[in-house]
Design a protein around this ligand. Structure first.
Ligand code: NAP
Length: 492
């Protein structure tokens, strides 16, 4: 069959969109465009610029497998360095030629065997294949706290940090103690007049080293063999496997090991017994995303820091009033209150075969067969889509595995053998039923906590099996799930 010159459109130039662009060029796709709503690449690393922004994945693992970076300055990569890495990589692989910046897609309609795209700018485009690389945690969640509008100081979300507001000498309240809130507190402790951390639920906090690499070490990392050794890929993958096993089995040795390390951290780091009890979590470890921090406990014990866990009553013009009646006067309030995790490509309007609507398919919860594709939405493939693995490991690795799978689907379209690829409704329903059943066995469901992993019905929305199973599923599509014969696939 003749090879088709497919037109491929990628939405988003964050980590996943850049990956897609590089891989498409590498595989000889030439008719491609990446649309990016902002004026720069980087996705989450462009949008988040708060003080202390760090990725808690070891630096050398937080890169594409084909583009290692010997230049990280620290064991955990600082946000600005990650942004620099993505910008350099984009440049190096010639992607700036194919990225259209400041173009936010508003609609996609499957019509006459192609995707017809609309943009807020009025631009239109068509594509044979549409790759949604639009990210997961990109829509800030603003808490519903009475009186927030009345605050006379500065108030902003952690993902919209207002750098025009000086911090020195200021009284700052940070609401939320997820990974973000903890990193902000660690960065600001001792550097501002007063720092209050508003905690609703105490967190499990895993100690971690975050030292600097010396110039000599970084020079040595230029030798791939040295870098490979320092990365200890095998050891890292074992840790990822141990982590995912701990999610599915809270009695596993890995889970117990992590709980013991966190408790030891709490016991040894927090000297005041009363404060220690207020920081002690009351739910199972890993129920919420585990927090890695070298210095949060030190930061919260700084004389100018205060843990506030008496509950927020409301926000008033002068500050935050807690449920015990106390008014905490503040100059700046930061909402480190997380994101809406169920948006993905939305608010785009997406309609598929025979007028199928994405909003309707996702009425109950966002879903996709193996987190990648959906029935009635042919040739639309997602990176880091709903029910994909999200955890304390590199999403870059997850996206690379997903790309390997998508590439195999696309090759069947390109070969001309099969112009439309979408999973059958049965395949997706079977997958989703098994996934929900497995999700109910995870610590996210059984661990006695609330978290962004849970959908509105309290079902964890992430990959509920171990890492190995994910890798195996991504290695080779089960063609019958797409209504295709495996025998023909073998000939392509
Ligand atoms: P998050 O984990 O969703 O945490 C939100 C925090 O806000 C929680 O502490 C929550 O309290 C609190 N909160 C929400 N509404 C509140 C209200 N009305 N009153 C008081 N407290 C309220 O958000 P995040 O910290 O931004 O992190 C989100 C995700 O981003 C992470 O899980 C991770 O995947 C990613 N992230 C990663 C890194 C990294 O190092 N790799 C760094 C930052 C973020 P409750 O716990 O009581 O609900």
């Amino acid at each position: 069959m003749a090879e088709q010159d497919l037109r491929v459109v990628v939405l988003g130039a964050g980590m996943a969109g850049i990956l897609a662009g590089i891989k498409l060029l590498e595989r000889g796709y030439r008719d491609i465009n990446i649309y990016e709503k902002a004026d720069r690449v980087g996705g989450t690393w462009r949008e988040n610029t708060y003080p202390g922004l760090t990725c808690d994945v070891p630096s050398h693992h937080y890169t594409y497998s084909f583009e290692r970076n010997p230049d990280w300055t620290r064991h955990l990569p600082p946000g600005a360095e990650i942004q620099g890495y993505f910008e350099r990589t984009t440049e190096k692989y010639g992607l700036n030629e194919v990225i259209r910046f400041n173009e936010e897609a508003s609609s996609a309609e499957w019509r006459d065997g192609r995707w017809h795209l609309g943009f807020h700018s009025g631009r239109e485009d068509v594509a044979d294949v549409l790759i949604a690389a639009t990210g997961v945690l990109h829509k800030p969640r603003f808490p519903d706290i009475k009186g927030a509008d009345s605050f006379e100081g500065h108030l902003f979300h952690s993902a919209r940090w207002d750098h025009s507001v000086p911090l020195e000498g200021k009284r700052i309240g940070v609401i939320g103690n997820g990974s973000t809130g903890v990193q902000i507190i660690s960065a600001l402790a001792g550097k501002v007049a007063k720092l209050e951390h508003y905690q609703r639920t105490a967190q499990w906090i895993m100690p971690v080293e975050n030292g600097y690499f010396s110039e000599e070490e970084r020079a040595a990392f230029r030798d791939p063999a040295v870098l490979e050794e320092v990365m200890d890929v095998k050891g890292y993958m074992e840790a990822v496997e141990q982590y995912t096993q701990a999610i599915t089995d809270s009695d596993s040795p890995g889970s117990q090991h992590m709980a013991a390390a966190c408790l030891q951290n709490l016991e040894e780091s927090v000297t005041d017994p009363e404060l220690r009890e207020r920081l002690r979590p009351d739910h199972a470890p890993l129920c919420k995303r585990l927090i890695f921090s070298p210095d949060y406990y030190q930061a919260i014990q700084h004389p100018d820091s205060e843990l506030v866990d008496s509950g927020i009553e409301c926000i008033e013009p002068e500050g935050i009033r807690t449920r015990d009646g106390q008014l905490h006067e503040l100059d700046i309030i930061v909402f480190a209150t997380g994101f809406h995790p169920d948006c993905f490509m939305r608010p785009m309007a997406i309609s598929g075969r025979n007028g199928a609507s994405l909003d309707k398919l996702w009425q109950e919860r966002p879903l996709a067969y193996l987190a990648v594709s959906m029935p009635d939405f042919p040739n639309l493939f997602m990176l880091n889509g709903p029910s994909g693995p999200v955890g304390n490991f590199s999403l870059i690795d997850i996206a690379e595995n997903q790309w390997g799978y998508i590439e195999q689907l696309m090759e069947r379209i390109r070969s001309g053998e099969c112009p439309e690829i979408a999973p059958t409704m049965q395949a997706m329903q079977d997958y989703e039923a098994a996934r929900v059943e497995a999700a109910k066995q995870t610590v996210w469901f059984k661990g006695g906590c609330n978290s962004w992993y849970l959908d509105k019905d309290g079902i964890p929305s992430s990959w509920p099996w171990n890492y190995q199973r994910f890798v195996q599923e991504m290695a080779a599509p089960k063609w019958e799930a797409f209504g295709l014969s495996a025998a023909v696939a073998a000939n392509t």
